[in-house]
Design a protein around this ligand. Structure first.
Ligand code: AVJ
Length: 320
């Protein structure tokens, strides 16, 4: 018998139960809304990787270009000996650019991610590509209190939070995360990627790509409910909706009922009137000054800002 299978099975059950409970709650509230974290099952993670390749989805290629161009400068701001903590590490593609600009023996890398198997797989790949690098993965939800490995003697602890992942947080959640990070990164700093406020047409195109990948990504959350929880709803019952809400400076994604319909989950019926939506995501956009002000309230001092010629995306160094 393989111990790995025994370990995985109860965890998958617990995750499905959590998804079911959260989906019931999401459908019972007004307006209906669910956490974007449920996008990312295997199919959803693959769709997100495809989004990152889309020409309309500027955040990924803009941030990668900034990292390519300024990695040395960024690494220099971080300091000579560092413990580099990456929040929500994922595939480790971006951090390679940063690590490549640091002397291998001057850094301990601590990627933190909630998905254990995914994180450990990515770390194996990184270890093969960067032999001798000290990697200490931590499987944890970084938005909750967690204990990082102690900072090596003589090193500063610095954070890396790319991708504008912070955009998924409400302002209150972003504030809470920044306070937690300022505490554990005290004496060091945080390099964070943020998506900037810009012309609505550019934002609209990025979340309504012509190939329909973002639509498939959005719809996947209900497809996942069908696969994992046996949810029932008409095949063409929902459509992708993404728009910029200027009052909140955020992109909102919803799944909109194309006609009056009912979604069935565990024998319960949730009615949608025509046009009613399930809110699936918000993606907040910031100004550099606005973000720095929020970070300052959380205990960070603003440092260098790297941005592209269009001013569409920024990487901010914040000292803590
Ligand atoms: C991973 C949260 C940064 O908000 O742009 C991409 C997710 N949603 N297309 C974003 C996403 C639709 C993405 N983040």
């Amino acid at each position: 018998m393989k111990p790995g299978i025994e370990w995985r099975a109860p965890r998958a059950d617990a995750e499905a139960a959590q998804f079911a409970a959260d989906l019931h709650a999401a459908l019972a509230r007004t307006p209906k809304a669910i956490s974007p974290k449920y996008f990312y099952d295997e199919a959803g993670s693959r769709l997100f990787e495809q989004i990152c390749e889309l020409p309309e989805y500027y955040p990924t290629h803009t941030e990668l270009a900034l990292l390519q161009r300024h990695a040395r400068d960024m690494a220099a701001q971080m300091g000579h000996r560092v413990q580099l903590v990456e929040y929500g590490a994922g595939a480790l593609r971006k951090v390679r650019l940063l690590l490549g600009a640091m002397p291998r023996d001057s850094v301990q890398f601590v990627p933190v991610d909630i998905s254990g198997p995914h994180l450990l797989g990515a770390c194996d790949g990184l270890a093969a590509d960067m032999p001798g690098l000290d990697i200490q993965p931590l499987v944890a939800d970084f938005t909750r209190p967690h204990s990082l490995p102690p900072c090596p003697a003589g090193a500063r602890r610095v954070g890396f939070f790319p991708g504008s992942s912070i955009g998924n947080f409400t302002p209150a959640e972003a504030d809470a995360f920044l306070r937690l990070a300022a505490g554990e990164l005290a004496g060091g700093g945080l390099l964070i990627g943020i998506d900037l406020v810009k012309e609505a047409s550019v934002l609209h195109a990025a979340y309504n790509d012509t190939a329909g990948v973002t639509a498939a990504f959005n719809l996947n959350v209900l497809e996942r409910a069908r696969r994992e929880l046996g949810a029932e709803f008409p095949d063409d019952g929902f459509e992708h909706l993404a728009f910029y809400n200027p009052a909140y400076r955020r992109i909102e994604m919803h799944l909109r009922a194309t006609r009056p319909l009912s979604l069935q989950l565990d024998g319960q019926h949730y009615d949608f009137h025509e046009g009613e939506t399930l809110h699936t995501e918000h993606s907040h956009k910031y100004t550099v000054a606005g973000f720095q002000a929020m970070a300052a309230r959380a205990g960070f001092e603003p440092g260098t800002v790297w941005t592209d010629a269009n001013g569409w995306f920024a990487l901010l160094w914040l000292r803590s």
